[in-house]
Design a protein. Structure first.
Length: 158
């Protein structure tokens, strides 16, 4: 640990922890030999936050699914009208069209595609509301790797 402090400017503290860097790919490969069929699956991720997009894409690609990213619900509707997806991960709070409205619109023509709410709203009342609105399931943010795998396995099993 090192401390660098200068009066009137602030303090900088550096901490070095001798930990090995883990890779999500290593974790995925050890946990998923029975889910190899996911490599043929296509997931649409509707998420407006770029950091959340990056994290989710890394996790999904490590699992082996093909990912398409859109920034709002309206673009999700357009993507579904132009291509076929096996599952949609849908953020709730997005600009232009939120996840609830997008899910409602998608359900008018796509009753069978699994749509999973992807949100920090994790209270049981929230989760129940999303299911009543047409979502099949819910994954809380920050995304837990094991929960993502469980949901993918549940809805993308052949």
């Amino acid at each position: 640990m090192s401390v660098d402090s200068e009066k009137g400017k602030g303090t900088k503290i550096d901490i070095f922890l001798p930990l090995e860097k883990s890779r999500i790919e290593d974790l995925a490969s050890t946990e998923l030999p029975h889910l190899k069929h996911l490599k043929t699956k296509k997931v649409l991720l509707a998420e407006d936050n770029q950091v959340n997009q990056m994290v989710a894409v890394k996790m999904l690609e490590a699992i082996g699914v093909q990912v398409t990213v859109v920034e709002n619900g309206k673009l999700a509707l357009e993507a579904v009208s132009q291509g076929q997806y096996d599952l949609i991960l849908m953020d709730i709070q997005m600009p232009v069209m939120d996840g609830i409205e997008a899910c409602s619109e998608l359900r008018k023509t796509n009753k069978d595609i699994p749509i999973v709410a992807l949100t920090a709203n994790v209270m049981s009342d929230d989760v129940l509301k999303y299911k009543q609105e047409g979502f099949n399931d819910h994954i809380g943010k920050p995304i837990e790797h094991t929960k993502l795998i469980q949901v993918l396995a549940q809805y993308l099993s052949d």
